[in-house]
Design a protein around this ligand. Structure first.
Ligand SMILES: Cc1cc2nc3c(=O)[nH]c(=O)nc-3n(C[C@H](O)[C@H](O)[C@H](O)COP(=O)(O)O)c2cc1C
Length: 379
């Protein structure tokens, strides 16, 4: 079998397929523990003016105009460069942070670098995050590990402000061509953290981060964790669709079975915050409104991110993207006003009641104190 350095087309084609599948099929995981489990307490006397509310937030040493991140989605195929360009222009115009999709394709095939580099051209001052995959940090059967120099090259490609290392073992498991080796990955991550010239964020991609794993990641030195929980776009579902399209019924069945595998996002935020008071947390996975963003922050997130909603809006055009951002920020501002919070810091300290499946998970896991304290804040 040729390895990826002699067969760059496969990675590249997969990029375009992922976007087409996400836009054309149902890749949503069911929300078992949903954002609706998380209730902010209404303040009948807000004592703050609606237009006085400050949405800005400190994120990895920089100030974003709002605690909203455009999640890592794409790059690596000529067809998706326009999506990256539009997303970047929106990040720049609204002072948001943005990630690009995995840059493996462009590290292997430098001709594709422009499909990522376009984000810095369109967003000269926005907070941009480079993206590489944890499975690529260790030797796989058919290719050597990424070197530190290659990780730095990914950062340099978009003059990134931070480097994301994504954790996508569920997706790898659902791909017959997926990388199966994971032994030594935490040590490999440590090397990247120590050698990167920018802060490193570990990012799950739909299966969530537990308390225990958050501890390990913080121990490895990451500055931020994107909990990437279950309940939003499912990478297993995406791979199931791709498998079905090529007639691989066994792989399709495996992907379908694991569609809702993982730790739901709100739970993951609570567990990760319990593991570290300092680490920056991005809540991704099924965030579908500004109210969800507010709920995530009240649970302890620093910011929240959306993937699919941004992808769909960017595929429709600039107006759709602008409407999505305006609506999301209006919903966030409304939630903050009704909860009497003039700032994101105040929202982080606002009382919040957690019920449903989210509570049913967190109690036996030993997070009763966190839930009790969150419900009584400010009293
Ligand atoms: C088409 C598509 C491609 C993605 N590619 C990447 C990627 O390359 N790297 C990464 O870290 N996450 C990737 N993701 C995951 C997203 O960043 C995000 O975690 C996920 O979509 C969950 O958020 P959502 O429920 O708001 O869509 C991808 C998601 C989609 C839908």
């Amino acid at each position: 079998m040729p390895d990826e350095t002699t067969r760059p087309d496969e990675t590249t084609r997969r990029k375009a397929e992922h976007v087409a599948v996400a836009l054309g099929r149902d890749v949503a995981a069911p929300q078992m523990a949903s954002w609706a489990d998380v209730r902010l307490i209404h303040r009948a006397l807000p004592e703050v003016d609606l237009d006085e509310i400050d949405l800005s937030v400190e994120f990895l040493g920089r100030r974003l105009r709002a605690p909203l991140v455009i999640s890592s989605l794409t790059g690596g195929h000529p067809d998706v460069a326009a999506i990256n360009a539009r997303l970047a222009a929106a990040a720049e115009a609204n002072g948001l942070a943005m990630g690009v999709g995995s840059q493996r394709a462009a590290v292997v095939t430098p001709g594709l670098a422009e499909t990522y580099a376009v984000v810095r051209e369109r967003a000269p001052t926005a907070f941009l995050m480079a993206n590489i995959g944890a499975p690529q940090l260790i030797a796989q059967e058919r290719r050597p590990p990424f070197t530190l120099a290659e990780a730095r090259a990914a950062v340099e490609m978009i003059r990134a402000d931070a480097l994301i290392v994504h954790l996508n073992y569920l997706q790898e498991a659902a791909q017959p061509e997926g990388d199966g080796r994971a032994r030594g990955v935490l040590d490999a991550l440590r090397v990247i953290v120590a050698g990167a010239n920018v802060p490193v964020m570990a990012k799950e991609t739909g299966a969530g981060i537990s308390f225990e794993q958050a501890r390990e990641l913080v121990g490895a030195g990451v500055t931020a964790i994107d909990v990437g929980g279950a309940g939003g776009s499912s990478m297993a579902a995406m791979e199931a669709h791709r498998a079905r399209d090529r007639g691989d019924d066994a792989a399709a069945a495996l992907g379908e079975l694991f569609r809702d595998w993982g730790i739901p996002t709100p739970i993951s935020v609570v567990e990760t915050r319990a593991a570290s008071a300092e680490v920056a947390i991005v809540a991704t996975g099924g965030v579908r409104s500004g109210l969800d963003v507010a709920r995530a922050i009240a649970l302890g997130a620093t910011a929240a991110a959306m993937g699919f909603p941004f992808l769909r809006a960017a595929s429709e055009g600039e107006d759709a993207l602008r409407a999505l951002i305006d609506q999301t920020l209006l919903e966030l501002r409304t939630a903050m006003w009704l909860a009497g919070c003039a700032s994101v810091a105040a929202l982080r300290g606002a009382p919040v009641v957690v019920g449903g499946e989210t509570r049913a998970w967190l109690e036996p896991r030993g997070f009763e104190d966190e839930l009790r304290m969150a419900a009584r804040r400010g009293r």
